[in-house]
Design a protein around this ligand. Sequence first.
Ligand code: ZN
Length: 619
Amino acid sequence: MPVIKPTCVRDLKLRVNLADVVSRMVTLRKAGGARLKGLCPFHNEKTPSFNVDPDKGFYKCFGCGKAGDAITFVRETEQLNFTEAVEALGKRFGIVIEYEEGSGGPSSADRTLRQEVFDLHDAAAEHFYQAFKAKDATGEYFRKYWTEKRRFTPELADEFKIGAVDAQGSGLGAALLRRKFSEEALRRCGLFFIYDDAAITLHALRSRFRGRLMIPIRDHQGRVCAFTARQTELTPDDDPAKDAKYVNSPETPVFTKGNLLFNLDRARSNVGEGRPFVMVEGQLDALRCWSVGLKTAIAPQGTSITESQLVLLRRYHTQVECFFDSDSAGQKAALRFLPMALKAGLEIRFLTLAGAEKIDPDLLFLERGLAAYDEVRRAAQSAMAFACRAALPEPAGASPELKTRAAQTVYEIIAAAESEVARAGFIAEAASHLRLPVAAAQKDFQTYLARLSRQAAARPEIAPVAPPTTSSAHTPEHHLLLLCLHFEPLGKPLGATLPHDWIDVGHAAGVLLNRFLGEFEHDSWPGRDHLDTLLETPEERALVATLLFETPVIDDPAKVAVEGLRQLRARSLEPRLRQIELALANPHADSESDPISLLKERSEIHRQLRLPITLTINL
Ligand code: ZN
């Protein structure tokens, strides 16, 4: 097990700006003082409650309670272990990682499977790319296919690392075996067909992708996690998916189709005011947009768009323009997409071309470049205009029955929006498109909602989960812990004064107070910014982060500490006092207790409770 030197971890935390780490995933805005705020990456929310304090190096979500530092953030968002997270940060910020002697350096044996599968995809992408560039028949065929058939530039292929694989799919297995990837990683990377019980040999690794153009799929952090493979003339007849134009990697430890949007890693840094996301249908459409200078295009992975993709999108920008093929499949996809988008709180517009019967975004941008974007934007339709036109193309001559049916379809979409204000606006707009009186539409919509909630009530409800209790928040341990963290000179005298058996270690605050005071007593307190090694569980890390986030206004911390000690003392001594009182009141109930010794013990406890508590602080 490689062990990173604690001094190196300390150094890394000082040099890494937490805001830089977090902003790879969360758009942060100023929130007073040095603090920043954004939408929490750990739970779904619409108003930001995720707070980052770059000065202290801590983040905390006041919605779901997640908290931590740069290392915990990387661990949790990228699912890495501690060592991997430190290594990843080191790589990102150009900090050399030093290891304890004899513990071994970064070794392949200790990488988690996920990390290894990412590394494997990196190696595979490079392998496919080299095959695309190779000065042989395969390379030549694919370069020609790219530039002549798809009409893309060689530069774009370099930028996105477009790759190729020959009809035999040869070479990849050997290359990966040479790199010594583990059997588990080779079995689960999705690039091969392998019989379950087959030993991993070169022969057993049968390529999933053969004779296809390889497009690397990156997650929103830019890591290659899958491939989309485009059919070509070289695709062999015995390809199990011979007729499929596009074949995607299957789901693997690093790839969940529904969580991924193609090109989001690049598009997210190009969106902003007046530069919304542009959702297109396929990866090659998104590449076409990029090639003409429209840098905010993204594409779902496969045909369906999922809620989690939209939640991911919303973290970066709320405005999305949809540009789907004008064929019926494209229109259906758009209608399925709309309710999810309204639910996620996205502002949707549909790009169309005035007077055009059929639009293919790829062809349009290829022929007309970025100028075409301005034109389709001018003819863009609002979400409601689009939905109404799809439900009822010609409202003018439509019968009341047709209008009613169309309105129902539109109500279903509107009901997905969570804001009442938004719904009211949509109803008014839809009524005008469908040529219905607004008041009637509003009434019908309310009837529709009432029916919906009756149906929902008929289904058994699952009891809502109770919010996590903050049981230890008002204990003396909690207050003393807060003092230790914000007034560190108090720690040593507190440790010397407070008997450990007064502390209730039944909750995290007590456990930590006990542990921290021990460190103070032994002069081994690492300082509040270097508590990693002292924190053992996520609960402990969250608690410390929460406490560090507070800015307690305390005039006389020593006085507050003394009050905490007094409470702990009372709490630990008073139960015995009550027992004694009870025994004295019922002399026969407990024959063993001798009233004289009970009286003595009682006065001793009273004496202890009256003893003054003093803390000597050397500032
Ligand atoms: Zn949260």
